[in-house]
Design a binder for this molecule. Structure first.
Ligand code: G6P
Length: 468
C-alpha cells in the first residue's frame, strides 16, 4: 500500500479482546483523533499506524497481513519488553512527568542504568514507527505524527524518506527550559532534534508552543523568529491548533438510547440538589485529590451548601501498570470516603465516586451538571471542559484550572483557579454554585461556541495546511 496521508500514534482507533472461544473481538475507541481521522482511515484514504498495546492486540497484528487489522489501520507488533520500557518507562514515567511538571524533585527523577535501557527501547520503538511509515508512504505523502510517545519518529523518518512532508503534534503541555533540562543532556537534545525532523510542529496552546521554542533556542542554540525555528539548515514551523469539539457528532451520540437511559438514575441520585460534576481518567495531572479537598473545604467553610449539592466524581482507571497511578487511585478513594464520613447525613451522600468507565453515563451527566470542575495541575487541552458546555441542558458554571490549555479559549466565561490553591478553588465553587440560571445559560452559550471553534476535521486540516 502507498498512502498519501498517514497518521501515527501510540494508541490507535482499535483494540482487541478475546471472546469465550478465543476469537478476536475488535473495539473502536472514541476521542478527537478518531473523530478527525477515523472516517478517512475506514474508507482506506488514510493509513493510521499505531502500536499493539496488549497481548491480544499483538495477536491481532500477527494474524493480519502486514498488521493491517482493518482498512486503513496498521497495528505494529512491537516486542512487549521494548514496548513496556518505551511506553511505561520513557513516555509515561519520564516525558509525561516532564511536560506536566509532575516530579517531586527531592527524590525523582533519577537517571541510571535502567533509564538508559528504557531510553534505548524508546529509540527502537520510535524507529519501528518510522520504518512502517517509510514503507507505506507514497512519494511526497503527508505524515502526521502524534504526541510524546513518538518524539524521535519525525527525524528517523526524514532520514529514510526526505521526500515526505512531516508534521508532529503534541497533545500535552511543554515544559519550560529549566524544567525540561532535568532530562539527561543527550536525551533532551535528541527529543528536540527528533521533533525538529518535522516540517511543522503543533501544540494546543501558545504557552506550550512558546515553551518548546524556548527549549530549542536554549538547548540546541536554534534561532526562532516569526513562528519558525531554524537549526542546522532545517526549518520547522511552530503552530497552535487548539482541538475543539464536533458539536453535531457529540450531540448525536448523546441522543442515543444508552445515554438517555442513564438519565433517570442520575436524576434520582441528584434529586433537587445541585450537581457538581467532574470527569477524568485517574491521572496524576488531573488533580482529583485537591478537587475533593476543595469540595471538603467548601462544605467546612460554607455550611449553607451542606445537603444542597451532590458531587459526582467520575475517575476512570488509567495506566495501572504504573505504581504511582495505583497509589493515586487509592488516595482519591480515601479522600472521597473522608468527605462522606465527615458530612453525610440520613438522606444525603456528599460525594459519589465512580471508578467504572462508562462513557454513556458521562455524557448523560454533562446534560444535568450545574457546576463542572476541571482543575488539572497542567493539561495540554482538556476536552471535558469543552464537552460539558456543548451537552449542558440548562447551562452550567465552569470552574477551570488556568493551567489547562482550554483556559486560553474558555477562560473568559469560567471561574479560573490556581489548581494548587484548595482555598481559592473552594471559593470558586461557592461562586459557581451561587450563579443564577440566566448567568449560567448565557455563559454556556459562549463556552459552547468557543469549544466548537476548531472541530477535529478543521484541526486536522490546519495541521495539513501547515506542511509545505
Ligand atoms: C493523553 C495523551 C494521549 C493518550 C491519552 C491516554 O491525552 O496526550 O496521547 O492517548 O493521554 O493515555 P494512554 O496512556 O491511556 O494512552
Amino acid at each position: 500500500m502507498t498512502a498519501s496521508l498517514l497518521l501515527a500514534s501510540n494508541r490507535g482507533p482499535l483494540s482487541y479482546d478475546e471472546d469465550d472461544r478465543g476469537g478476536l473481538v475488535g473495539r473502536r475507541g472514541g476521542g478527537g483523533l478518531v473523530s478527525a481521522v477515523g472516517g478517512a482511515s475506514e474508507a482506506g484514504q488514510a493509513l493510521w499506524v499505531c502500536a499493539a498495546l496488549t497481548d491480544t492486540d499483538r495477536r491481532a497484528a500477527r494474524e493480519a497481513v502486514g498488521g493491517m487489522v482493518a482498512p486503513g489501520v496498521q497495528l505494529l507488533d512491537i516486542d512487549p519488553v521494548v514496548f513496556d520500557r518505551a511506553y511505561n518507562g520513557v513516555a509515561n514515567s519520564t516525558l509525561w512527568f516532564v511536560s506536566h511538571l509532575l516530579y517531586a524533585t527531592a527524590e525523582s527523577p533519577v537517571f541510571d542504568a535502567r533509564s538508559r535501557r528504557e531510553w534505548r527501547a524508546y529509540q527502537e520503538y520510535d524507529d519501528a514507527f518510522a520504518a512502517a511509515l517509510a514503507a507505506a508512504a507514497a512519494p511526497g505523502a503527508a505524515v502526521l505524527v502524534q504526541d510524546y510517545h513518538l518524539a524521535l519518529t519525525p527525524r528517523q523518518l526524514r532520514e529514510r524518506r526526505p521526500d515526505l512532508r512531516i508534521g508532529h503534534f503534541s497533545h500535552t503541555p511543554w515544559a519550560p527550559p529549566e524544567y525540561f533540562c532535568l532530562l539527561p543532556d543527550d536525551v533532551a537534545r535528541e527529543v528536540l532534534l527528533g521533533m525538529l525532523g518535522a516540517d511543522a510542529v503543533g501544540f494546543h496552546s501558545p504557552r506550550w508552543a512558546d515553551a518548546f521554542a524556548r527549549c530549542c533556542v536554549e538547548v540546541l542554540g536554534a534561532s526562532y523568529e516569526g513562528g519558525v525555528l531554524q537549526h542546522e539548515g532545517r526549518t520547522t514551523r511552530v503552530g497552535v491548533h487548539p482541538l475543539g469539539i464536533d458539536a453535531g457528532e457529540l450531540r448525536e451520540r448523546a441522543a442515543q438510547d444508552d445515554v438517555q437511559s442513564r438519565l433517570p438514575g442520575l436524576r434520582e441520585l441528584v434529586g433537587d440538589r445541585q450537581l457538581l460534576l467532574r470527569i477524568d481518567r485517574t491521572e496524576l495531572s488531573k488533580n482529583i485529590v485537591r478537587g475533593l479537598e476543595s469540595y471538603r473545604e467548601l462544605l467546612r467553610t460554607r455550611p449553607q451548601w451542606r445537603g444542597r449539592v451532590v458531587h459526582l466524581a467520575f475517575a476512570y482507571p488509567s495506566r495501572h501498570d504504573l505504581p504511582d497511578y495505583r497509589e493515586y487511585t487509592g488516595a482519591v478513594q480515601r479522600v472521597a470516603r473522608e468527605v462522606n464520613e465527615e458530612f453525610a447525613t440520613e438522606g444525603w451522600v456528599p460525594v459519589h465516586l465512580e471508578v467504572r468507565d462508562d462513557y454513556a453515563r458521562s455524557l448523560a451527566a454533562y446534560a444535568l451538571a450545574d457546576v463542572l470542575l476541571v482543575n488539572p495541575l497542567r493539561d495540554g487541552m482538556n476536552l471535558v471542559a469543552k464537552e460539558g458546555p456543548v451537552l449542558s441542558e440548562r447551562g452550567l458554571s465552569l470552574v477551570l484550572s488556568r493551567q489547562a490549555g482550554a483556559a486560553d479559549e474558555l477562560g473568559a466565561w469560567s471561574q479560573l483557579v490556581n489548581p494548587f490553591d484548595v482555598g481559592q478553588t473552594a471559593e470558586a465553587l461557592h461562586v459557581a454554585l451561587s450563579e443564577s440560571a440566566e448567568v449560567r445559560s448565557a455563559r454556556t452559550v459562549s463556552l459552547a461556541a468557543a469549544a466548537t471553534a476548531l472541530p477535529p476535521a478543521a484541526w486536522l486540516a490546519a495541521q495539513l495546511a501547515a506542511l509545505p
